[in-house]
Design a protein around this ligand. Sequence first.
Ligand code: PHE
Length: 340
Amino acid sequence: MDSKTYEKEINLTDSSDKLSQLEVKYLGRNGVINDLLKKIKDIPSDEKKDYGQKVNKLKTSIKRLIEVKKKELAGKKSEKFFDATLPGKIYPKGSLHPITYTIEEIASIFQKLGFIRVSYPEVEWEYFSFEALNMPKGHPARDDFESFFIDYPEHEKFGRMVLTPHTSSGQNREMRRLKTPPIRMINIAKCYRRNWDATHAPMFYQFEGLCVDRGINITHLKGTIDFFAKQFFGPDREIRLRPHHFQFTEPSFETDINCNICKGTTKINGKKCRVCKSGWLELGGSGMVHPEVLRAGGIDPNIYTGWAFGFGPERCLMMKLGLDEIRDLYGGDIRFLEQF
Ligand code: PHE
């Protein structure tokens, strides 16, 4: 068979239907190749081998040509249906974590009051977390800050290394950095404690305010927190200070905000409010900086006074939105995070 004939035929085919017909014509049961193979019985025996090889070669070559053509026609087909005006694929957009937004908002509220945002080590010496805050070695108050210690050689003055259990460790660092007041610090950072329940996660954030100057008193503390509460939660919010104890402040307070779910009435439609206790929600600790803490930071407590507070951004966000499980924020479940 003349190779030009089938090559031409296959190459000039412009549809897959026609190509299938050619496939049957050449390779089918009663096709050209099988006809040629049948004829082998009439071939003199010394030429049979040579003849057989030639027919097989031809078969392979036709098969190959048909395969190539098939691919070519399939490509043409999809090209034919390509519609450039169809809308493209829309990929889901990511977003920042809700706590990142919350931290940005908190920082901007305090920046309006002239507070400087700072950042101090997340893995810190024990000294800054405890001794500098009037909690000497072995003091039972340290137990309240259920800390994670790091397996690292002890420093002769600063002690062991610890994952900061609270942002108050930044107080001494900031006093050392500025040397003389006025100090207006807002320290927002990760903290770690051995806790795990609906309102505690082992990694959480705190934002710590510290204000030191001449003549600073409790009214400044209350006014500042009140400003924050109104900005962050809305104009109807009020705060109150409740006596408490911290080693590094004297006097010390728990700081509460009035509940906007039940509007302080403790009841919603006759049922007990799910969010608050007695109409108030706790934001965190605060107080007037203890003279020993000022002294440890190189500031004379006879000239200067100051206040400090340490609150949780997660708590604030939960109270703003009515969330009742802090661990949802760090569970990494995209269905939860997507809502923000
Ligand atoms: N550091 C305290 C805590 O984590 C909070 C606090 C900060 C209290 C500043 C008083 C002053 O519980």
